[in-house]
Design a protein around this ligand. Sequence first.
Ligand SMILES: Nc1ncnc2c1ncn2[C@@H]1O[C@H](COP(=O)(O)OP(=O)(O)O)[C@@H](O)[C@H]1O
Ligand SMILES: [Mg+2]
Length: 463
Amino acid sequence: MFLRHLTLENIRSIESLDIDFTPPEDSVDPVRRWTCILGENGIGKSTILRAIGLLLAGSETLPKVIDDPTRWLRLKAKTGRISAQIATQEGEVRDISLDFKAKDTLTAFLKRNEATLKPLDAALRHTARSYFTAGYGVSRRFPSPDGDKFQSSSVPPRAASIATLFRGDSCLRSIESWAMDLHYRKGSAGLSMIRQALNALLPEVKFHGIDKDNRQLLFNTADGRVPLALLSDGYQSIISWYGDLLFRITESFQDYKKPQEARGLLLLDEIDLHLHPKWQRRVIDHIRTTLPHFQFIATTHSPLTAQQCGEAELYVLKREEDKKHSVRLHHYEGSPDFLRIDQLLVSPIFGIETGMSLRIQAMREKPAALRTAYEEETLRSVPRPRVDQETEDEKVALLRELRASRPSRKAAVGPARKVGASAGPAGRSMSPARAGRPGPAAYIPPPVRPSGRDLISAAFKAK
Ligand SMILES: Nc1ncnc2c1ncn2[C@@H]1O[C@H](COP(=O)(O)OP(=O)(O)O)[C@@H](O)[C@H]1O
Ligand SMILES: [Mg+2]
């Protein structure tokens, strides 16, 4: 099962939001495989992932994760809704939704939503693997020695597989005890699957094997052989959720040999948590390659991660500058992976004004007559914002290229130009909207010289 469309109305910080997951026209996939949601702290990124988790939970899991339905309603709202269109394994398209009302009890909430829950429950009873969903929140961690009630056998596997999205105190399945168990039951074949899977995902650190006496996994690192518990937080964070995911795939699909062939939906909050920028750049690529049949919905704060998104894969949550400060979702229709990191940072996606530090920016913005000798001296010694100038030059070059190659205005609504085919340097952000979707079919530069920001804005479309 994959998500084709998601709508939220009056759910926590989000008044109204719409995300389309239908794939590009030329794609053979049933949905867009990768979606990344970027946004400042406290804007609603985790809320979106949790809402998806709720919607696909089913009535056995829902009470375990929802807590109190009224807490999901936006403050002062009387009703709210999470709805989605899903595509089943057989290619059927179904609409499902959860309706919330003020003062709802859990029983009333479950009763009202029977129309969605009953068919979903029947599908989950019949073929849970076809609805495989896993979600990882920011407090993904290994179990403490005294265990975790979300991992007890009385908790439905579906609740355990999304528990960390909802509860900071829930833990993941320990990969160490699972690996021991797999080794015991399946011998070296079980361990070899774990080795292959981890080594495909982890850069620079390699899985060595298990230390049976101490019931721990050993890894070869630049510093020598160390147990999992002594790896850095970044590695532990990624191994924790990935190990849990492998465990859940093998349990659901009853196939421990090729977990990478499984299909499903994976929700990853702050995908690059604890990762060094070098690894932030690679994490999307690694996950995409390692799990080629999954649909991923991830959140991030990181420009380096956002930069790895392809055409139309990036959404940005922003607060409006109006009185209500309402949260709005913007769809970046272009290709962030065509932008340089400095372009991305100063584009409306991040809205950072400049590549300079705040202190130097303040000095530069001060009228020269008011600057102290020290400030003048400092400004002379720091590098000039050359990159920004380069960016401007590239944008001008792009504009020239666009003007030169521009068809007549009548013909401008022709077939969309293939991204990457001939876009100029900064035009990488300007992929036209896909055929069949609303939006500018081709960007026609205005007669006056636009600023770099205008160019990038053209690909930054509010939903
Ligand atoms: N019932 C509610 N009504 C309105 N806003 C809410 C409600 N519950 C939480 N919030 C707001 O939602 C935001 C939390 O959203 P969250 O998804 O955790 O953000 P993010 O993951 O982007 O940091 C906070 O700003 C919080 O104030
Ligand atoms: Mg969050």
